[in-house]
Design a protein around this ligand. Sequence first.
Ligand code: ARG
Length: 481
Amino acid sequence: MVQKALWSGRYGSGMDDSTLEFTSSLDVDVALGFYDIMGSLAHVTMLRDCGILSNSDADEIIDGLRTLLDDVRGGRLGIDHGLEDIHTNIEHALTALKGPVGGKLHTGRSRNDQVATDLRMYLRDAVLEAAKCIDALIKTLVDLAEGSRSAIMPGLTHMQHAQPVTAAQHMMAHAFRLGRDADRFLESFERINVCPLGAGALAGTTYPIDRGQTSDLLGFGRPTENSMDSVSDRDFVMEAAFCASMLAVHLSSMAEELVLWSSPEFGFIEMDDRYTTGSSMMPQKKNPDVAELIRGRAGGVIGGLVSALVLVKGLPLTYNRDLQEDKKAVMEPMRTVVQCASMMSKVVSTMRFDEGRMSSLVKEGHVNATDMADYLVAKGMPFREAHGAVGSAVRFCVREKKGLEELTLSEMRGFSDLIDEDVFDVLPIEKCVERRRSFGGTSPQSVEAQISMTLDSLSDRECRISRKMSAIDDCWNRLAG
Ligand code: ARG
C-alpha cells in the first residue's frame, strides 16, 4: 500500500505501511462519504459568505464537491486506501479534480469537528429510520391484536399459568414497549441534532466564521456551545447505542417468546415457512432461526453500547484518536436493530395463532383461582381469607385432576359456605377476561382503548418523523444545487 501525503506538516517521511493500516478508519467511515461532502458544501458556502474565500474559489470547490456527491450517490467514488480516512479521501479527490484550490476547503476546519459533524448527520438519519421501522412493527402488532381480541391464552408469571389474557393484550404489551423505543430514538434526535462544525481542532478558529450559518445549512437545531466539548464528547453516540440496545433487548425478549410459542410444548403459534429454516439432518424440523438470530444479535448491539461507554470513560478532553472507534460501536448496531425490527415485522405478520391449543392449555393451571377469591371478597370475605379458601380448593382440584369450574356446588361449599350457584357465572375463562376492565387490563374494551391510543401515537410520530426527514432532505437539495 502506498501512503499518500495529503499534508506534510512537520513530517519528512510518510508513515509506515503498517501504521497506515492500523490507523485507517476507511472500512467504517466510508459510509460517511455523503455526509462529509454535505458538511464540506456547507462549510465552503459559509467561508464564501463570510468573505474568507473568494467567490470564484468557492464556486470551483462547490462545483468539485457536487461532482463528488454524484459519484458517492452513484457508488462511483474511488476510495484510495493509501489515505487514512474518508475526509482525507474526499479532500484528495477534490484536489485531483480541481487542482490546488481544493486545498482551500479545509480553511478554519479540522477533521476533529468534521468527523463529529459527519457522525451526527449519519446518526440523525439512522435514529429516524429506526423509529420509522419500529412503528411499522408496532402497526403489525396492532393488526395482529385486532385479529386476536377473543383468542385467550394462559398469561404467565414465573413461567407458570397465572391468569387468562387475550393474545391481543399480549401483542399490545410488546407494542407499548416498542412505542417507548421509538419515542426514545426521537428524543435522542434532539441531542444529536446540534452542529459541532467550526469548533476546529479544539479551540475554535481565528477566521470570522459563521457557525449559525453552517448549522442552518445542514439542518441542525443550533451550533454546539463549547469548542472543546464539541470535539470530545460522544454522549450522542452512547445515547443512540443505548436506544439501539434497549430496542434489541425488547426484540430479543419477544423473539424468545416466539421461539417458545412455536415449540410443540407450547404450540401457540405456527410460523410461516418463509421465516423458518429446515435442518440439514432431520427432515421433520422447522426451526425458528429468524427469531433466534434476532435474539442472538442483541449481544453485538449491547456490545456496541458497552464499547462506546468504555471508550470515552478514561479520555481527557479533547479529541483523542481512541474516538475513531466510536463509529464501529454505533453504526453497525444501528443497522442491526433496523434489520431485526423489519424481520420481526415479517415473522409476526405471517405467524398464526393456534387458538384451539391456547384455549385447551388455558383450562389447565387453575387460572380462574383469583376470580374465585374475588367472588368470595364480593360476598364479604376479607381477601386474605378468600385466598386461603381458594388455595385449599385448588389443592383439592389438583388431587382430583379437575378444574375449579368442574367442582360441584357441595364440594365448593366445603371450602366456604359463602359460595352459591352464582359462582359458576364467574369461573368461565371468557368471563375472567371480560371482567378485567381496569385501565390497561385484558378485557376487550381495555384492549380496544390501548389500540386506539397506540394508533394515535403512531400517527403523531409519523408526522414528526416525516417533518424531520423532509427538513433534512430540503437541506440536501439546496446544498446539492
Ligand atoms: N478518522 C478520524 C476519526 O474517525 C478522523 C479524525 C482524525 N483526527 C485526528 N486528529 N487525527 O476520529
